[in-house]
Design a protein around this ligand. Sequence first.
Ligand code: ADP
Length: 491
Amino acid sequence: MLQDSNNKNIDKNFKLMALSAVVLLVLFIYTIYKSSSHITGSSYYIGIIFLFILLFLALFLKLKQDQVRTFFSKYKKDSSAFDEELNKTKAATKVLNEDLNSNIQAVTSNITFKDVAGINEIKEELEEVVDFLNHPQKYLEYGIKLPKGVLLVGPPGVGKTLIARAVAGEADVPFFYQSGASFVQIYVGMGAKKVRELFAKAKQSAPAIIFIDEIDAVGKARSGKSNDERESTLNELLTQMDGFDGESGVIVIAATNKIEVLDDALLRAGRFDRRVHVGLPNINDRKKILELYLNNKNYEINIDKLVNETAGFSSAALATLINEALLNMIKNNKKILDDSDILIAKNKLEFGKKQIKILDDRQKEILAIYQASKAFISKTKVALFDESVQKLNSTYPSYYELCENIKRDLAGFIGLEVIEKEKYAINSEDLERASKLANDIVNRYKMVNSVDELLTNIKNELRSELSQNVNEINRLKQIMLKNEVITFEDI
Ligand code: ADP
């Protein structure tokens, strides 16, 4: 259709050109005939020659119109392909420029590992990342690829953000902070755009660290219910993580306290394949953290006693406690921090807005029995504030191994039942894990017929095993209360 109308237009133009030339020629000849006696210059003759050329040109073009048409359409195609390419490049550059023009900004972290008290094992694990950012050549020479993503798993306030900032500070690279919640937008595509912007900026300033706090807000497993916005954001995050290699110098650190809700795709090799567990601070960590915050202050408090009294506090809670105590000291025009300031601060935390749970001796004992029973059954290291216990982890687990894992989850409850002759609402997650696994044994692997029967049998087994070893569990409880951890050697 388009071709036809083009042809018609060209034909019309030729005819018009030829017709105008003929009309003008006739007019000229008539003028010359009428006034030939007055013609003095050569302009009239030049005009006639020009009109003849025009006429010939029109006839020539008409005869060769097919070749002319092919030539012009080829030129047009070439130039439109070029335009298309140019437009694509322009669009890509525009997107990149837009991404780079976003208001996502890096900060320079002045925090180093010195500012992170305790948790030495975690610092050691991350030192490798720092070294890689400082000396990438050392690793690349041997073709060693470092993980692109490190996932810090742990409850709030244990210093996950602080550690990530310390990694950036140690490596002296820009630190891009974003919380997972900030990616969750109302409009579809906006979250994905923000993810793109973040990665574009980080790549531009590489080597750099991207820190995504509370990644579960965006990285939750895709459920049956569709949530286009969150899904498109998660997909963009996965695409971006796949889109750079270890050599780009960008390392993504993410934090979550609920690893079990994360989408499997995020945990797959090549994404967040390195996981670091950050738990509540143990006795030694708490001492170091308190000392750090009391550094350069005048105080007359028994730090060891305070360390014991603050079992179960997160690092952030410890920092707040000292801060509140110092505020109280200033309010009372004192120069030395003492126990009364700590007591007032503790009450404020326990009953104030933040409501930090403070474990008294009895509560601590209950938790110690619970965890000691787990240590006894699993014969592995268990810490007072570490909720989960190490599990058997075969690729193809046997029925015995699966039941053993259920036992490890239920050991705490039955231990309390046996020793305290009472049931306690203590760690519902262990119960959830146990019943989920029992469900798998029955409904997925069809190993036995009834979930209830399976759980009852396991509980009975635990009851008999634990009640025959009450003294041993009490011994482990004492170790737990003293050290807040039971090691393999203690068992
Ligand atoms: P999370 O990211 O795990 O919620 P943060 O890193 O935000 O915890 O920690 C909150 C605050 O607690 C920090 O700003 C810091 O003041 C304090 N804090 C946490 N862990 C430590 C630590 N190991 N040493 C010193 N201070 C800490």
